[in-house]
Design a protein around this ligand. Structure first.
Ligand code: HEC
Length: 117
């Protein structure tokens, strides 16, 4: 229960922040490409459960806008310990935690300004 309570707080807090503060960078010297690096990670790890036919949690991550819109909760869930219920992709469904390399790429993409390239 304690964990659930903290998570609800997180959503309320960051949910509102995300809505107001997403800023897309200038993307002049970014090293991570959305189409070449980021979208394939979501295809491989997330879309079986978060796409049009199967939108778990009401969430679809199948294009740039849908991913950017939820970036704060995505970053949160992919970095949770894998025994947490909301760790994504969920190990309770037989999935493995993403590779650290994939997590790093999503973090870098976020830090570089969520470039749409
Ligand atoms: C095996 C199916 C499955 C896969 C694969 C999966 N998810 Fe999920 N995801 C779920 C389910 C089910 C929920 C709803 C959990 C709940 O709220 O009870 C969810 C919820 C979420 C949420 C919302 C958490 C919340 O409650 O606010 C986010 C963000 C999320 N997933 C991100 C991802 C990302 C990113 C990936 C890929 C790295 C991913 N998921 C892969 C099944 C999956």
């Amino acid at each position: 229960m304690k964990t659930n309570y903290i998570f609800v707080f997180y959503l309320l807090f960051f949910g509102s922040c995300t809505y107001n503060t997403i800023e897309i960078g200038t993307c002049d010297d970014n090293t991570i490409s959305f189409s070449a690096n980021i979208l394939p990670i979501f295809e491989e790890n997330c879309m079986s459960c978060h796409s049009n036919g199967n939108n778990n949690g009401g969430l679809i991550f199948n294009d740039y806008n849908s991913i950017v819109y939820s970036i704060e909760s995505i970053l949160y869930t992919i970095q949770l310990d894998e025994d947490e219920y909301l760790s994504m992709p969920p190990t309770w469904a037989g999935y493995s935690k993403m590779s650290q390399n994939s997590i790093n790429q999503i973090n870098t993409w976020n830090e570089e300004g969520l470039c749409n390239n």
